[in-house]
Design a binder for this molecule. Sequence first.
Ligand code: ATP
Length: 258
Amino acid sequence: MSNSLLKVENVGIQFGGLKAVQGFDMELFEGELIGLIGPNGAGKTTSFNMLTGVYKPTEGQITFDGKVTNNMSPHQVTKSGMSRTFQNIRLFKELTVLDNVKVANHSLANHSVLSSILRLPTYFKGEAKMEKESLEFLKIFELDKYKDELAKNLPYGMQRRLEIARALAAGPKLLLLDEPAAGMNPKETSALMDLIALIRKKFDLTILLIEHDMGLVMGICERIYVLDHGQLIASGTPEKIRSNKKVIEAYLGEEVTV
Ligand SMILES: Nc1ncnc2c1ncn2[C@@H]1O[C@H](COP(=O)(O)OP(=O)(O)OP(=O)(O)O)[C@@H](O)[C@H]1O
């Protein structure tokens, strides 16, 4: 078995009187592609927010890559190797497609602040390397032909892809995708599935994704965690999940045949 990369132990958070998530246990191993599903308001995005330092859990412990992250800031979590996309697209809309990726890639730049202020040769070398790398990311996502377009002018499905390219450019070990296929048509969704499988292999990633498109989740995830009313009600292989009574009652409605 691969190494444990993320361990979530008895994690919970309360907003006023509402226990949005409680007693949440989850473990991800290096290289896995895992789904997190559940009805609206089940606590999926709140869980992502706790994993990425946006919310501090009020109970339990999160360990990522050997470090407890409960009290880390979002920036520290990103630096430690976890990056994410958002349910609502968050791009720099007035920047070009290429610059959106370059900004994310910047956190990996190895030239110093001083060398960039003084415009030393190492700065230009670093910039050239970053531009080359960013263009390579765009190619993988088939966004290279849009490189000089403003992000706001991209077709919707391409904006979603750019979000993932940006998250990847930060060099994560673990990538969290919050509803990557939201609003996409079936053709775009199917292409996105192939892309997620490809980047996982190419970049040695571990991926956790929230998604309501059951075709996508059941088609590419190795294991699935199911939340309902802030609690884990099931976890296991897609086969196990699609025939689990509690999951069918709370979420699926009827057995999913994919
Ligand atoms: N900052 C907050 N303050 C108060 N309540 C919150 C806050 N963030 C989330 N909640 C509540 O926590 C619960 C879980 O919400 P969350 O957004 O995590 O659900 P979800 O599973 O991601 O749903 P969806 O599929 O609709 O995106 C909801 O009742 C929500 O209103």
